[in-house]
Design a protein around this ligand. Structure first.
Ligand SMILES: NC(=O)C1=CN([C@@H]2O[C@H](COP(=O)(O)OP(=O)(O)OC[C@H]3O[C@@H](n4cnc5c(N)ncnc54)[C@H](OP(=O)(O)O)[C@@H]3O)[C@@H](O)[C@H]2O)C=CC1
Ligand SMILES: Nc1nc(=O)c2c([nH]1)NC[C@@H]1CN(c3ccc(C(=O)N[C@@H](CCC(=O)O)C(=O)O)cc3)C=[N+]21
Length: 307
């Protein structure tokens, strides 16, 4: 990028260090959990239940890091692993059991579920007070309504906005583009930005020339699941870029045989944007931190009610 005389010199965007910010938040959660335990004389402990169906490697990895995150924060984790061949009824039975278990304040059913199951039916079975993923239609619906607040906000969109806020990037009055309109990332991300008074455009796979909108955006949240989709010359110089994408691309030089890249072409974007999240080390760690935060919030509500 050409440097304009008199402007502050900046060859590269500032990195938004999601890993470090998530670590700070996890420390805050750890302290709050410890305080809650002490106040209750050791009787109260937040609990998260994680349900995993099938043997997908990536899902197993995510579930493991969620459980590890719980352990470090002092949150008790419960886990149920079911085989790929499990029936919908079996998964529903597990969910109902956790709904009724007072030691459990949050329930997460790892997605995607095997294709023979009705995902929405299972998500709807999760008690609204324990829906720490924020995927229940009632929670998503409340997020869209003015004057209402959901019990829980979906972790990835919440983490994305938290990254902006903790990096002191203004949202109110700014123009934002969200790339992607899924129920669990794009749409709630757009609603969260709108709630914070950004003017939001959502582009998706049927949008001709998405770059037309992205060029105007002060804030870009990319969540389309297409590796390196957003190019550097689509960005408004100085904008903030939150890259939600997690895409594995073959890389024989890596031990795992692949590496992770985002939905934004980082090498190009870093030369144009003002701030940008890396992949890995950006939104991913925040998703887990927000899950722990939601679990703590749910636990605190249960604790207050039980007092
Ligand atoms: N960091 C984290 O914690 C998480 C990361 N992710 C990652 O975020 C990304 C998005 O996830 P998710 O929302 O679940 O994905 P989905 O596949 O459910 O949704 C993708 C969205 O992007 C849109 N899209 C697809 N292709 C294009 C294109 N060429 N141009 C414009 N829009 C397009 C789709 O449009 P349409 O609606 O028209 O089909 C859809 O709305 C993935 O890379 C995923 O791995 C997801 C969850 C958590
Ligand atoms: N019910 C449910 N809730 C979810 O929140 C949920 C889900 N299902 N299914 C899958 C997606 C994906 N997801 C991620 C969480 C953490 C990282 C993460 O920590 N990523 C690291 C890298 C990890 C690695 O190296 O493999 C990073 O970006 O730095 C990524 C992705 C949660 N999801």
């Amino acid at each position: 990028m050409d440097k304009v005389e008199g402007e502050q010199e900046q060859d590269q965007a500032q990195l938004i260090d999601g890993k470090a910010i998530a670590e700070t938040i996890r420390g805050e959660i750890r302290d709050e959990v410890a305080r809650l335990k002490e106040e209750s004389g050791g009787r109260f402990e937040p609990g998260l239940a994680v349900v995993l169906v099938g043997e997908r490697k990536d899902s197993q990895t995510y579930v493991r890091s969620k459980k590890k995150g719980c352990e470090e924060a002092g949150i008790k984790s419960f886990g149920t692993d079911l085989p790929e061949t499990a029936t919908e009824e079996e998964v529903l039975a597990v969910v109902r059991e956790y709904n009724a278990d007072p030691r459990v304040h949050g329930i997460l059913v790892q997605l995607p579920l095997p294709s023979h199951m009705d995902e929405e039916k299972i998500l709807m079975a999760i008690s609204i007070e324990k829906d720490v993923d924020g995927f229940h239609p009632e929670n998503i619906g409340k997020l869209a309504m003015r004057g209402r607040d959901p019990d829980f906000v979906c972790c990835t969109p919440k983490g994305s906005v938290e990254l902006l806020e903790r990096s002191n990037i203004p949202i109110a009055g700014k123009s934002a583009v969200v790339v992607g309109r899924s129920n669990i990332v794009g749409t709630p991300a757009a609603m969260l930005l709108q709630r914070r008074n950004a003017t939001v455009t959502v582009v998706h796979s049927r949008t001709p020339n998405p770059e037309k909108y992205i060029r105007e955006a002060d804030i870009v949240i990319a969540a389309c699941g297409v590796a390196n989709f957003v190019r550097g010359d689509w960005l408004k110089p100085g904008c903030a870029v939150i890259d939600v994408g997690i895409n594995a691309v073959d890389d024989p030089t890596k031990k795992r045989g692949y590496r992770l890249v985002g939905d934004v072409c980082f090498e190009e974007a870093v030369k144009v944007a003002g701030q940008i999240t890396p992949v890995p080390g950006g939104v991913g760690p925040m998703t887990i931190a927000m899950l722990l935060q939601n679990t703590l919030e749910g636990a605190k509500k249960a604790y207050e009610q039980g007092k």
